[in-house]
Design a protein around this ligand. Sequence first.
Ligand SMILES: C[S@@+](CC[C@H](N)C(=O)[O-])C[C@H]1O[C@@H](n2cnc3c(N)ncnc32)[C@H](O)[C@@H]1O
Length: 256
Amino acid sequence: MLAGWLLVTWGLQPQSAAVGLACQALSGVLLSAWLRLPIWWWAINAVFPVALHGAVALHWSPLVFLGAFLVLTLIYWTTFSTRVPLYASGPAVWRLMARCLPPQSGARVVDLGSGLGGLALHLAHQPGAPAVLGLELAPLPWLLSCWRARWRRSACRFRRQDYRCHDLSSYDLVLAYLSPAAMPTLWQQLVSQLKPGACFISCEFAVPDQAAVALPGSGQDGVPPLYVWRMGTDGVLAAGLGPDLTAVFLETLPCS
Ligand SMILES: C[S@@+](CC[C@H](N)C(=O)[O-])C[C@H]1O[C@@H](n2cnc3c(N)ncnc32)[C@H](O)[C@@H]1O
């Protein structure tokens, strides 16, 4: 945009669209470098004018673009402020998480940012599963999760709510697959709300400046690390499996 405006202002009409686009792409890269943006933003800013030109050349109805914009908005919703986009964990993660389910009757589990609901639904389908709740902020993933739960006649529940406004004090296991940006604030919430004995498992993302222990079997063969913390009776949220989970994973723990 800036390059185009400058060229026109200075009376330097580009010889062809290709030259104009090349100037746009170059100025995008230069601005990215000047603003010290991460390297992937350089690529996005270089390709964007070309993609825009290509999209205009398709002569599609503006309603197509409006529709795409609305769908993406309903999927990504407040990602610009939470800095947690939608991406789903896979069955390998679900199986490891299922081994950490609290065994006692009446136990409660919550997935913070449940996305499309795959993890929460898998856990709720385990034999003797506790009550599982998925909290999701984005409308479309939340709606799809509700439909999936209804379709599968699952006892799993999904609520459209910001987990930062949800009291976590009644849960025995709290799960999260969020982003590095979300972890410091979430940690403060967990420290102030988790009850003694409750566990917190974070898929892939550790908490800055906090010791972390990954579940055996995670962090290898394409499975992201699953970091575990447990709230002690002394009110300290400490890295580690705790006695119950240690027993579950004993056979895979290295002998010391
Ligand atoms: C990486 S996805 C994880 C999906 C799911 N837990 C899984 O394992 O497949 C993170 C989800 O968290 C949601 N999210 C981000 N911030 C949130 C918040 N403050 N409250 C509720 N959901 C949030 C996003 O909309 C996104 O769908």
